[in-house]
Design a protein around this ligand. Sequence first.
Ligand code: FAD
Length: 169
Amino acid sequence: MRDFIPATVDGEGAVCTDMLGREIGFDLLAVVPSHGGEDIINTSSGLGDPSGWVLCNRTTLEHREFDNISVVGDAANFPAGKTASAARKQAHVLADRIASHILGIVPREEYDGTTICPILTDFGKAFFAEFNYEKSISDPRDTFAKWYLHVHLLKRLYWHYILPGRFFG
Ligand SMILES: Cc1cc2nc3c(=O)[nH]c(=O)nc-3n(C[C@H](O)[C@H](O)[C@H](O)COP(=O)(O)OP(=O)(O)OC[C@H]3O[C@@H](n4cnc5c(N)ncnc54)[C@H](O)[C@@H]3O)c2cc1C
């Protein structure tokens, strides 16, 4: 059903009702709350858009009005996935741009919207949904190797290489 905005849930009856009184029965209900920015963005004049995301240039990460503000992560209004993987790519770009400013050279690094999400498709199979502002760049084949990488190697990679800044791939 299109534009179904849940209003009430009858758990025992297993029925979800929307704002217009339409009903849907369910076996398993997975609802996602509407997303929005933080109050501090909404109450800071000129900082954010009407949804509370910080207004910024999607490639330079700089605020559209204030040149001393740059943004990474979920707070930004990038038309990209709100994921830690995207924030990591953005942080790499931002670090390079700050270093360029300090060195007095023109910043060259830009964020192209790259986001990557591991998707488990079966026991022992996974693929990585990867895309940027322009297109999908995923290899859609699900394989054991990708599952192994996600389930057994990614945590180690995350804690020991990505978080300490040793790996920006
Ligand atoms: C259930 C779930 C699963 C997810 N799984 C994945 C995944 O598998 N892979 C992936 O890449 N991403 C995943 N994500 C998304 C990922 O968690 C976020 O994209 C990422 O954490 C964003 O990082 P951030 O630093 O921008 O924001 P956050 O991690 O939200 O950090 C913002 C911080 O700011 C603090 N803060 C807020 N307001 C104020 C204030 N006024 N003053 C001071 N501090 C303040 C908050 O307490 C918080 O610590 C998942 C998210 C959820 C909810």
